[in-house]
Design a protein around this ligand. Structure first.
Ligand code: SF4
Ligand code: SF4
Length: 317
């Protein structure tokens, strides 16, 4: 591929990403980064993945993105903001993490990136491309940083200096070649420890990772079985996720509500009252959350979370 072709393709794809509604994007050169696999291995060895055993598979691939697409040269990383400015949970409802108040991001981001990969294939007919969004053995945060989208905050999320941390990440791994963005790993957390101080369960580790076993997001979404008693009262009204560490982050003060129409939910989840949640049958649940990431967690776990939140509240009385 000539330099002129690379420049033209880079421009075209960046413009296509913008037209798809992505707020931030960058392109990194694909290469093995075995340190990614090592970091995850250490985290897993310490048991911090809880029961998420799927993270234990394909550790070698997590350290070598080129093993996912033969001859991969580039990793395109795109971010789509999802912040929504709804009131926090009051006495009459429960808290659902902001990322779940919009349509299931897996579908939205994958569809957008799928359209982009078609453009790449049209421009470079022999190019191989694979799209990822929170699925597959891709170290997404590390690649977002390599593509210049931001830095890893103490709460482990990637933060962008302009839009904060409320954004979804998706990637295209491809054999096509581009001009690459400069990595901007500058740590802008400084001396701040607000997220660590605000975490209700002490889940944030010193090495900018999360101990999933203590994180309310994990406990209310991924964890099977009863929620350990030691967290009683700490989940407050949270029944799906927890945004506390992001809410207190100064870099999210500038967060503005999303505008991408494809993210718009079929209804406003935060308008559901406690009574609505409690009277919801499994069939209602399937219908109501058919296009929401909440459906993956299932009715039983949500009921467990509600019972745990109610139990914690009654304990405090
Ligand atoms: S999501 Fe909540 S529980 Fe998990 S690390 Fe952040 S503040 Fe702590
Ligand atoms: S709250 Fe402070 S320490 Fe935590 S991620 Fe934000 S800037 Fe970094």
């Amino acid at each position: 591929m000539t330099d002129a072709h690379k420049i033209a393709l880079t421009w075209k794809i960046r413009e296509s990403l913008r037209l798809e509604g992505f707020d931030i994007y960058g392109i990194a050169q694909a290469a093995p980064h075995h340190e990614d696999g090592h970091h995850i291995s250490e985290w897993i060895a310490a048991g911090k993945n809880g029961s998420m055993q799927f993270l234990e598979r394909n550790l070698d691939k997590r350290g070598d993105i080129t093993s996912l697409v033969e001859g991969a040269k580039s990793v395109i990383v795109a971010g789509l903001r999802y912040y929504s400015n709804e009131p926090p949970a009051g006495n009459d409802n429960y808290f659902v993490s902001r990322y779940a108040r919009v349509k299931d991001y897996h579908t939205v981001v994958e569809e957008k990136l799928d359209r982009i990969q078609k453009i790449i294939k049209k421009e470079v007919p022999d190019a191989l491309c694979r799209v990822f969004c929170d699925a597959g053995p891709v170290t997404e945060k590390a690649w977002a940083i390599r593509a210049g989208l931001g830095w890893r905050g103490r709460h482990s999320m990637v933060i962008n200096k302009d839009i904060g941390s409320y954004f979804f990440i998706g990637e295209i791994v491809t054999t096509a070649e581009f001009l690459y963005d400069e990595t901007s790993a500058r740590d802008r957390c400084g001396d701040c420890t607000l997220c660590i101080d605000a975490c209700p369960t002490g889940a944030i580790c010193n090495d900018r990772t999360i101990d999933a076993r203590r994180c309310i997001a994990y406990l209310t979404i991924e964890h099977d079985g009863p929620i350990p008693e030691e967290f009683s009262g700490k989940t407050e009204k949270m029944i799906f996720g927890c945004d506390r560490c992001q809410e207190v982050c100064p870099w999210n003060k500038k967060a503005v509500p999303y505008t991408d129409k494809e993210l718009a939910p079929e209804f406003t989840i935060s308008s559901l009252t406690r009574r609505d949640w409690l009277s919801m049958t499994p069939d209602d649940f399937k219908k109501i959350f058919r296009s929401s990431p909440i459906k993956r967690t299932g009715h039983n776990k949500i009921r467990r979370n509600i019972d745990f939140a109610n139990y914690g509240a009654s304990e405090k009385r």
